[in-house]
Ligand binder design. Structure first.
Ligand code: MN3
Length: 200
């Protein structure tokens, strides 16, 4: 088996009350694991691409054999997206971006408050299941986007540095239909130091 669950950098209950322990446990140990299992199954059918890093496959999906292409985009995307998602959250930290990241957000996105509004809106208005993203484009400019399903910004020539999962499995136990509340409280657990490091 090629891919396995990355270690969660904190305990299941570490992000409470914003992200509850039960949601974190199921999301990480069941949902994320399921993406990994299906990704490994698909790649097992094509050992010739087994050595290509997942990032490269998602950046250039044309490299993926046709019969497993959709599976790798869905479940490989699921593995990549969730791995990033766990990393960009933390129980404590700076409550706002610092250093170069703060400067870039001011420069490219009209300041932190404006960025939060744009990003929250992208997350809120994503119809169905998907993600909101902060990414760096080819010219190094920061952009806010959203994707459906487990589609990853890597496939749009972007380098993601912050993401928010708005699939119902990410919030339904605690927030039910209140996606807006989930989004608004999630800002409390963003690991800005990590996001700043990813920008570099
Ligand atoms: Mn999820």
């Amino acid at each position: 088996m090629k891919y396995s669950l990355p270690k969660l950098p904190y305990a299941y209950d570490a992000l409470e009350p914003y992200v509850d322990a039960k949601t974190m446990e199921i999301h990480y140990s069941k949902h994320h694991q399921a993406y990994i299992d299906k990704l490994n199954d698909a790649l097992g059918k094509h050992p010739e691409i087994a050595e290509i890093p997942l990032e490269n496959l998602l950046q250039t999906p044309d490299k993926i054999p046709q019969d497993i292409k959709t599976t790798v985009i869905n479940h490989g995307g699921g593995h990549y997206n969730h791995s990033l998602f766990w990393e960009i959250m933390a129980p404590t930290g700076t409550k706002t971006p610092i250093g170069k990241l703060a400067e870039k957000i001011n420069e490219d996105l009209g300041g932190f408050e404006k960025f939060k509004e744009t990003f929250s809106n992208a997350a809120l208005t994503k119809f169905g299941s998907g993600w909101a993203w902060l990414s760096k484009d080819k010219n190094g400019k920061l952009v806010v986007t959203s994707t459906s399903n487990q589609d990853c910004p890597l496939s749009e020539s972007l380098t993601p540095i912050l993401c928010l999962d708005v699939w119902e499995h990410a919030y339904y136990l605690n927030y039910q239909n209140r996606r807006a509340e989930y989004i608004a409280t999630w800002w409390n657990v963003v690991n800005w130091e990590k996001v700043g490091n990813l920008l570099k």
